[in-house]
Ligand binder design. Structure first.
Ligand code: SF4
Length: 273
């Protein structure tokens, strides 16, 4: 993984277990129980560690093994709230912390994409713009809790997206990704049989690939931003150079030791367990 992206991964040791408290869960195949937002999960220990970390999947908490905060947990805990534990202060401060956490997570996800875009040589014509947007986004993450709570994240996301789209065009142009056939943006490909398919340089932005068979597919240089890969079969697929693929997306898919991955992500432990 490029060094610049390491800080954009969750570091539970520097976080007050925010994802296990701030977020709501609905009982489903991903979570064994309902939990309202702002209430600690019963499995959260006093040291902010998960009491069932090694058995999450067996215990029905698959969703917890998929999730990543992009480093928002440690940012809110250590920067926005200066290392003050939500357990120790007034309830109103705790609530503010829980409100701000999803905002910072969204900003950190944008930082992830912008940082990755800056590692792509084909995107050089927009690197200066990407760098400016990265600095602006990073500055937003350092706002006060009140500033963060009032932030119009969708409007900022839209501005970032213009640059990410341009990046995508530049990267895929050299891979034959400009053709109509390779444009699967937002496509409904749920359960699609794409075994061994040539998707090199394709745009799969926001595509619904839930439970799709992508085994052995050639996804080199494909744009996977926002693609829903839940239960997609990526065994032996080639994702070398695929971009805007996040760890949570990959964690939600199935794969194998033979799946080839881009440098920006790591092989999920449960793929080979
Ligand atoms: S099960 Fe563990 S990881 Fe999942 S929310 Fe609860 S404490 Fe957090």
């Amino acid at each position: 993984m490029p060094e610049q992206m390491i800080d954009l991964r969750g570091d539970c040791a520097r976080c007050f277990g925010l994802c296990c408290v701030a977020l709501p869960f609905t009982a489903s195949a991903d979570f064994a129980r309902d939990k309202p937002a702002g209430t600690p999960c019963p499995n959260l220990r006093d040291d902010h560690r998960c009491g069932i970390h090694a058995r999450l999947r067996d215990k029905g908490y698959t969703g917890c093994t998929v999730y990543d905060c992009f480093g928002a947990g440690q940012k809110v805990s250590q920067v926005t709230f200066g290392g003050r534990d939500w357990r120790d202060g007034p309830r109103a401060d705790a609530r503010r912390m829980f409100d701000v956490f999803p905002v910072v997570r969204q900003l950190h996800e944008l930082l992830w994409y912008l940082t990755e875009a800056l590692t792509l040589p084909a995107a050089r014509p927009v690197h200066a713009d990407l760098r400016r947007m990265l600095e602006r986004t990073e500055a937003l993450t350092r706002g006060t809790a009140d500033e963060l709570a009032a932030l119009d994240v969708p409007a900022h996301r839209q501005q970032v997206n213009v640059l990410l789209l341009r990046t995508s065009e530049l990267v895929r142009a050299g891979l034959g990704g400009g053709s109509k056939k390779k444009n699967r943006r937002g496509a409904d490909l749920m359960g699609a049989r794409l075994k061994g398919a040539d998707l090199r340089g394709a745009s799969l932005r926001g595509a619904y690939l839930i439970a799709a068979d992508l085994s052995g597919a050639d996804l080199r240089g494909a744009d996977l931003i926002g693609a829903d890969l839940r239960d997609a079969d990526l065994r032996d697929a080639d994702l070398t150079g695929a971009f805007f693929l996040t760890q949570p997306q990959l964690n939600a898919a199935r794969g194998s030791a033979g799946t080839r991955l881009p440098e920006s992500v790591t092989r999920p432990v449960h793929w080979t367990a």
